[in-house]
Design a binder for this molecule. Structure first.
Ligand code: BGP
Length: 484
C-alpha cells in the first residue's frame, strides 16, 4: 500500500496505554480492596500457569520510574485507567485517601513531564464489594454507584484531565463475560444477562458522558470500543450477509448507542428472536440518548472473518473462542450464531501466536468506516502485538516483529487521516509489559520490558526494548521518520 507524504498534525498525541489491574499490582495495599479481577484471577496460576493481578508490573511502586521512561520515549499522552477499588474500596462510601493520592501523584508526574493523561474510568475491575452486595453489573444498582464514583473522580481531576473515556470494551465484555465480570456458576447459562449487563453499562456510559459535560467544560468524553472489522470469508452472498450480521451484533450494536443513542435494529431483532434482548426500563433510552459522545476510543488488534451458518441444529450458539497456549492454531472454537453468522479463520492473513490475525489495512478500513458513519474524532486507545519476548544476557530485547506491526498500523492510520479521518491520538498497547487479560505475563506487548515471569515476580526491573528506541524516533520526527 502506498504510504503518505503529508505530515502528522502538530498536536497529534503519540501515546501508549495500560490498565490499572494489569499494571499496578499492590492489589491489597494502602487500603485498596479486591476488584472482581483480583478474584477472577486469584487461581490463574494454579489453573493455567498465569500470574495473578497481585503484583502485575508493580507500577504502583515504580510509577515515577515508568513516567520518566515514558518521557524519555517522548510520549505526548498516556492512557491508563483508575481502579475504582483503590479509590472507593467498598464501591460506595468512604474514599481511600492513599488510593486517590496515588492517582494525584501519577497525574502530577505525567503533567510535569508534559504528558497528557487520557483517563479511563472503568477497565473490567469492579470493586468486589459490589459483586458481593448485589451481583455487580448484573444489577441496575451499579449505575447509581458508578455515578457517585465517576462524579468523585471527575471532580477530583477536572482541572488536569481533558480526555475521559468511560467503559473499556463493552463488546468484549459481552463476548468474554465470565473473564471480564464475575458471573456466578449458576448464572452462566443465562445468556440474556450478557446483554443486560451491557445495557447497564450503556446507562453508566451515558451518565459519565453527562458528568464530563457538566464538570469539565473543555473536556472530551467517549467510550473505548474493542473493534474488529469483519470480512466475509468468500464473495458468496450468504457470507457477505453473515459478515453484515456479525458487524451489526458485534460493532454496530455499540457504535449506534454511543453516537445515535439507539440499539441497532437488526441486532435487536436477532436478540429478541432468541430471548436475549435486554430489559429496557422507561427512561433508559432517553438517558442513553442524552449522553452524547465527543469522540471514540478504538482498541484494534485484529480483523475477523465471518461465514454463513445455517440454523439446522448442527451448531450451538457460542460467543467466543480463545487460544490459551500461545501455540498457533490452538484456538478452542469460534463465535457462532446459527442463522445469523459464524466466525472463522481468515485464510489470507497471518496471525500472532495466539491466532489473532495481523491486518494493518483493517485499521485503515475501520477508521474510515466509523468516521464516515459518525463524523466524530477518533483515538486509537490500544493497538499492539502480543509476543513471547526474550531478554538477552546483556539486557536487550530485540522485537523487530513488534516494530514491523506498529509501523504498518501507524501507516494505515495515517492513510485513513489522509482520507479525512480526524485522529486525536495513537496509544499502542502497551507502555510497558503487563498482565494479559487472557494469557498471563508471558504474552508481552510493551515498549518497556518488565523482568518478571508468571512463576516469579522477581524485582520487576525495567529494560528498554528495541521498539522503545524506534518509537522514540517516530515521535521525535512526528511520524516523518517512518520508513514506509
Ligand atoms: C483488550 C483489553 C486490554 C488488553 C488487550 C490485549 O481487549 O482492553 O485490557 O489486555 O485487549 O488482550 P490480552 O491481554 O488478552 O492479550
Amino acid at each position: 500500500m502506498a504510504y503518505t507524504t503529508t505530515a502528522f498534525p502538530e498536536k497529534f498525541l503519540w501515546g501508549a496505554a495500560t490498565s490499572a489491574y494489569q499494571v499496578e499490582g499492590a492489589a491489597y495495599e494502602d487500603g485498596k480492596k479486591p476488584s472482581q479481577q483480583d478474584i477472577i484471577n486469584q487461581h490463574s496460576y494454579e489453573e493455567r500457569g498465569f500470574a495473578t493481578a497481585d503484583i502485575a508490573s508493580d507500577h504502583y511502586h515504580h510509577f515515577r520510574e515508568d513516567v520518566a521512561l515514558m518521557a524519555e520515549m517522548g510520549l505526548k499522552a498516556y492512557r491508563f485507567s483508575i481502579a475504582w477499588s483503590r479509590v472507593i474500596p467498598d464501591g460506595t462510601g468512604a474514599v481511600n485517601l492513599a488510593g486517590i493520592k496515588f492517582y494525584h501523584d501519577l497525574i502530577d508526574e505525567l503533567l510535569a513531564h508534559g504528558i497528557e493523561p487520557i483517563v479511563t474510568l472503568y477497565h473490567y475491575d469492579l470493586p468486589w464489594a459490589l459483586v458481593e452486595r448485589y451481583g455487580g453489573w448484573i444489577s441496575r444498582q451499579v449505575v447509581d454507584d458508578f455515578e457517585t464514583y465517576a462524579r468523585f473522580v471527575i471532580n477530583e481531576f477536572k482541572g488536569q484531565v481533558k480526555y475521559w473515556t468511560t467503559i473499556n470494551e463493552q463488546s468484549i465484555i459481552v463476548q468474554y463475560w465470565t473473564r471480564k465480570c464475575f458471573i456466578p456458576e449458576e448464572m452462566r447459562g443465562d445468556n440474556q444477562l450478557r446483554y443486560q449487563i451491557n445495557h447497564h453499562m450503556n446507562l453508566a456510559h451515558a451518565v459519565a458522558c453527562n458528568l464530563v459535560h457538566e464538570l469539565v467544560p473543555d473536556g472530551m468524553v467517549g467510550s473505548v470500543i474493542g473493534y474488529s472489522p469483519i470480512y466475509p470469508l468468500t464473495s458468496h452472498a450468504e457470507d457477505v450477509m453473515a459478515a453484515q450480521n456479525a458487524h451489526d451484533l458485534r460493532n454496530g450494536y455499540y457504535l449506534d448507542i454511543y453516537f445515535k443513542g439507539r440499539y441497532t435494529d437488526s441486532a435487536m431483532a436477532y436478540l429478541e428472536r432468541h430471548g436475549l434482548a435486554p430489559k429496557i426500563d422507561p427512561g433508559d433510552m432517553e438517558l442513553i440518548a442524552s449522553g452524547t459522545s465527543d469522540m471514540l476510543g478504538i482498541n484494534y488488534y485484529a480483523s475477523e472473518c465471518a461465514r454463513w451458518c445455517p440454523d439446522d441444529g448442527s451448531k450451538q450458539m457460542r460467543w467466543n473462542g480463545v487460544n490459551l497456549t500461545g501455540k498457533k492454531g490452538d484456538i478452542n472454537g469460534f463465535e457462532t450464531h446459527p442463522g445469523f453468522y459464524e466466525m472463522c479463520k481468515n485464510p489470507n492473513l497471518d496471525t500472532n501466536d495466539w491466532d489473532w490475525a495481523i491486518d494493518p489495512i483493517g485499521l485503515e478500513y475501520l477508521l474510515r468506516d466509523i468516521y464516515m458513519r459518525y463524523n466524530k474524532p477518533l483515538m486509537v486507545c490500544e493497538n499492539g502485538l502480543g509476543a513471547f519476548d526474550e531478554l538477552t544476557a546483556d539486557g536487550h530485547v530485540h522485537d523487530p516483529y513488534r516494530i514491523d506491526y506498529l509501523e504498518k498500523h501507524i501507516a494505515a492510520m495515517k492513510r485513513a487521516m489522509d482520507y479525512g479521518v480526524e485522529m486525536l491520538a495513537y496509544c499502542p498497547w502497551s507502555a510497558l509489559d503487563l498482565l494479559s487479560t487472557s494469557n498471563g505475563v508471558k504474552k508481552r506487548y510493551g515498549f518497556i520490558y518488565v523482568d518478571r515471569t508468571d512463576d516469579d515476580p522477581r524485582e520487576c526491573k525495567r529494560y528498554r526494548k528495541d521498539s522503545f528506541a524506534w518509537y522514540k524516533d517516530v515521535i521525535e520526527s512526528n511520524g516523518a521518520g517512518l520508513s514506509l
